[in-house]
Design a protein around this ligand. Sequence first.
Ligand SMILES: [Zn+2]
Ligand SMILES: [Zn+2]
Ligand SMILES: [Zn+2]
Length: 190
Amino acid sequence: MAHMKHAARRAFRTHDHGRCRNGVLMAAERMACSGAVRLTPVRRRVLELLLENHRAMGAYEILERLAAEGWGRQPPLAYRALNFLVEQGLAHKVERLNAYMACMHPPHAHPPVLLICHGCRRVAEVRGETVTDAVAAAARPLGFRAARVSVEALGLCPRCHAQEVQEQEDCGQDIRRQRDRDRGHPPCSR
Ligand SMILES: [Zn+2]
Ligand SMILES: [Zn+2]
Ligand SMILES: [Zn+2]
């Protein structure tokens, strides 16, 4: 699935997100039309909220948005819709953040590997067959049948990483300047 690789790259880059959003909404509509899913208004709205960008959202953040729009403020409202979307393969639970993200290429049953930026909470999804196959192979000699494998990598996206490197450089410059001041030197140019 070539478009999955592209979708994964887009997650951390500036891009035309309307295309991502519309593609997923259209896939969800098709699933609803074929009778595969019952896309109630609140379920659809929750999917739209998750699709605003590639950032994972907590259930309470979703609930607050729903409440502000007049959907009510009962936690099951958000949880039920989110669980439904996860069950249908339209969303994924991001365990590390205790949050949710829209699946960018539904419907699928493949196990995702989620690359999670702890700086901006954006999540990219890449194919995980090789990882889950390795887990299944390791489990087999033990007689263990792995039914569900979730793989999540926590780290920094290119943008947050660049920002961190910049901050470290700025900090290093500040330290050098301070040291030069302490010694009575004029500040060094670097
Ligand atoms: Zn996008
Ligand atoms: Zn997915
Ligand atoms: Zn980031």
